[in-house]
Design a protein around this ligand. Structure first.
Ligand SMILES: Cc1cc2nc3c(=O)[nH]c(=O)nc-3n(C[C@H](O)[C@H](O)[C@H](O)COP(=O)(O)OP(=O)(O)OC[C@H]3O[C@@H](n4cnc5c(N)ncnc54)[C@H](O)[C@@H]3O)c2cc1C
Length: 429
């Protein structure tokens, strides 16, 4: 990078949001510099690996590990597990539905698409400060390179959770730990054949398990998914719950790995990688303003990760918002109107990004409630155990009576259960 560079736009962060923004700007014929602090895109972040939608025709050359054809939701107590297990071969061929991938491979691939379209990728470079003109308008970034200021008509901040740039612009207030979770993940090696036998998979098919009730008194959840010859297992933990519990995240993960419903999948597996990363899970209500004069914010930097129990999706939202930010900036440059950023929010409101977030804004609160986290998994597991118990046969009490009796034993009031079911219907319905 030349000293004192300039470009139409500078995008900070080559995660999914940043690469998508740079791709869109480059496709519109704009000069764009894509800055990444890691030595290569994807070197400094992690993610669970399941994507639903990327780019048209993405499946033809994306660095996939496995195509997800099996999705299971597991409710757990320390000794029980009740699973809804779904599989479909419809997701096993193009256009597919979701995949597991290594983030280093995926981010490098997506940044490569931006470079192919004409963006300039600059790695091992940290944006340290926003540059402003006398009116306060953002006009570029300072980097940690000597004389490494980059002047641009627009800066797109895609620097991830706790965005330093959004904070500097006064868009992100002080971080509220209630709006964040900590994701910890282990990637473990197993022979490809063993994975296919244990998870009941053929060829390139993959499995993704989402787990509720596995984090004890800490609100959160767990996951287990298959790669080609590794499996990834992890937990996502409320930061405030973790602090209150006095436990360490590795202990919670160790408990999940030792659970009788999970341990057989992992037997003999060897640790290949451990990672931990914050996730902005506050949803719609915690999103900052998305623009300032000369600045657009996208992806996790704008708290666009959606954690709604049955979905933990950040990559789609990062890509969707990155594309919209890039398109908005490109249009404003073409129109010669630097103030024309209102279209960004409208674009997001018209597509899945803000629509999903708005519709599901009550989800994090409901999903992280103690009832959904602990009481209901216990109730459902015990109910299933009662239903399937055949020793000492007695006259069957009837399922309704059995359920009421189990609920009473767990202190669950049916009126509260109905209210939560209704709330769930309103949030997800
Ligand atoms: C354990 C875990 C599991 C997850 N599972 C899933 C899942 O299954 N599906 C899903 O869709 N999402 C999942 N997510 C969420 C997903 O990872 C994020 O939502 C997504 O990565 C957001 O993309 P982004 O581009 O906004 O930010 P990031 O991916 O965080 O990228 C930000 C980039 O900016 C760079 N950067 C930061 N500051 C600077 C700076 N000052 N200068 C230069 N570069 C900078 C970083 O190095 C990084 O490359 C998971 C997250 C975790 C932690």
């Amino acid at each position: 990078m030349a000293e004192q560079s300039s470009a139409d736009a500078v995008v900070v962060g080559a995660g999914p949001a940043g690469s998508a923004a740079a791709l869109e700007l480059a496709r519109a014929g704009r000069s764009v510099i894509l800055l990444e602090r890691g030595p290569f895109p994807g070197a400094k972040n992690v993610y669970g690996g399941v994507l639903d939608e990327v780019l048209p025709g993405w499946w033809e050359d994306v660095p996939v590990q496995r195509w997800v054809t099996r999705r299971s939701t597991m409710m757990m107590t320390p000794t029980q597990a009740l699973t809804v297990d779904f599989r479909t071969q419809d997701w096993g061929s193009a256009p597919y539905n979701g995949m597991t991938t290594y983030r280093a491979d995926f981010d490098t691939w997506l940044a490569g698409k931006a470079v192919d379209a004409g963006a300039q990728l600059v790695t091992s470079t940290v944006a340290t400060e926003l540059l402003r003109d006398p009116s306060g308008r953002v006009v570029g970034v300072r980097t940690d390179r000597p004389d490494g200021d980059i002047r641009a008509q627009f800066v797109v901040a895609c620097d991830g959770v706790n965005s330093f740039l959004a904070k500097q612009a006064g868009l992100l207030p002080r971080t509220n730990p209630e709006h964040q979770t900590l994701g910890v993940k282990e990637t473990l090696s197993l022979p490809r054949r063993t994975i296919e036998e244990r998870f009941g998979l053929n060829g390139d098919d993959g499995a993704d398990f989402e787990i509720v009730g596995c984090t004890g008194e800490i609100p959160g959840g767990g996951f287990l998914y298959t790669n080609r010859d590794t499996v990834s297992v992890g937990v996502v933990l409320s930061l405030t719950g973790l602090a209150k519990s006095g436990r360490r995240p590795e202990e919670v993960l160790a408990d999940l790995k030792a659970h009788p419903a999970i341990a057989p999948y992992l037997r003999g597996a060897e640790l290949k990688e451990y990672s931990a990363h914050l996730i902005p899970e506050g949803g719609y209500r915690s999103m900052p303003p998305l623009t300032a004069d000369g600045l657009l914010v996208a992806g996790d930097a704008a708290a666009m990760c959606l954690a709604a129990g049955i979905w933990l999706e950040g990559v789609n939202f990062a890509i969707g918002s990155g594309l919209a930010a890039g398109r908005t900036a490109a249009e404003a440059i073409a129109a010669g109107d630097p103030t024309r950023l209102a279209g960004y929010r409208k674009r997001l409101a018209d597509n899945f990004v803000l629509t999903d977030h708005k519709n599901l804004q009550g989800a994090p609160h409901l999903v992280l409630s103690d009832r959904v986290q602990r009481q209901y998994p216990r109730l459902l597991c015990d109910f299933a155990q009662e239903v399937f118990t055949v020793r000492n046969p007695k006259p069957k009490p009837g399922l309704g009576k059995l359920f009421r009796r189990t609920a009473a034993r767990h202190g669950v009031r049916l009126r509260q259960l109905a209210a939560d079911a209704w709330a769930g219907f309103r949030v997800f319905g």
